[in-house]
Ligand binder design. Structure first.
Ligand SMILES: Nc1ncnc2c1ncn2[C@@H]1O[C@H](COP(=O)(O)OP(=O)(O)OP(=O)(O)O)[C@@H](O)[C@H]1O
Ligand SMILES: [Mg+2]
Length: 229
């Protein structure tokens, strides 16, 4: 099944055009890596996929026209509110609000799943801490746990490994493999192409004057300084 289909998509801010005539499609359960230089529109595209940014032309079809649900989102670090006044537990659990529910009411299952994500990202001991008092990398892990709580169909990750230490980075890529095994579609912006290609099926490179959309080349392990996934 096709998870996402982008048809002749144009995105702009006022008269400044950012993305022109972008078309691609991604099968469900696959991983797309989006790369490209600063300012080429990667975060703007992620926001359009989330429905936070309207297209000036073209369209994005989500799971054959289904209503959007079950989407996890990790914003780029500069976009995330680092002084958010809530505990780690509240931030992670709030990922469960995503599933079309309005009331801040959580089931026992929601709480069990949120606890599992805390363990998965090795932040269980931070559960009762204030989010605002964590280090940047710890906050990144908390926001990733939150996105994982929300993602039952699709996860959108904007520079997920920025700020993570090497151990957390390699754990992160293992988590992506697991998500794919569970049939969750993954879209990830990354400058760390070398490592991202180890998990990606497709590669979208945005440029100022266009884009390329290709199969991700098979990953070749190098022995020095390569990523250990
Ligand atoms: N809210 C906004 N209002 C006006 N222009 C914006 C806005 N957000 C982004 N832009 C512009 O759109 C272009 C693309 O920005 P975007 O953040 O999508 O780039 P990016 O590829 O994610 O870059 P980076 O690698 O630095 O994160 C940039 O020229 C930027 O200045
Ligand atoms: Mg960006």
């Amino acid at each position: 099944m096709t998870a996402i289909e982008c048809k002749d998509l144009w995105l702009s801010y006022g008269s400044a055009s950012v993305i022109e005539g972008l078309s691609f499609s991604l099968e469900s359960g696959k991983c797309l890596c989006i790369a490209g230089e600063n300012g080429t529109g990667k975060s703007t595209l992620i926001k359009a996929l989330l429905g936070l940014k309207e297209a000036s032309r073209g369209e994005i079809v989500f799971f054959g026209g289904e209503k959007k649900h079950g989407i996890g989102y990790l914003p780029q670090r500069s976009d995330a509110q680092s002084d958010f006044p809530a505990s780690v537990w509240e931030v992670v659990l709030s990922g469960k609000l995503n599933n079309g529910r309005r009331l801040p009411f959580y089931t026992k299952k929601d709480k069990e799943e949120a606890e599992k994500k805390l363990e998965l990202l090795d932040i269980f001991r931070l559960k009762d801490k204030s989010f605002a008092e964590l280090s940047g990398g710890q906050q990144q892990r908390v926001l990733l746990a939150r996105a994982l709580c929300a993602a039952t169909q699709l996860i959108l990750l904007d520079e997920p490994v920025a700020g993570l230490d090497p151990t957390a980075t390699s754990e992160f890529y293992k988590i992506i493999h697991r998500l794919k095994d569970e049939g969750i579609t993954v879209i990830m912006v990354s400058h760390d192409i070398h490592c991202a290609l180890a998990v990606a099926d497709k590669l979208l490179i945005l440029r100022n004057d266009g884009y390329s959309f290709t199969d991700a080349a098979p990953h070749e392990h190098d022995h020095e300084g390569g990523c250990k996934i």
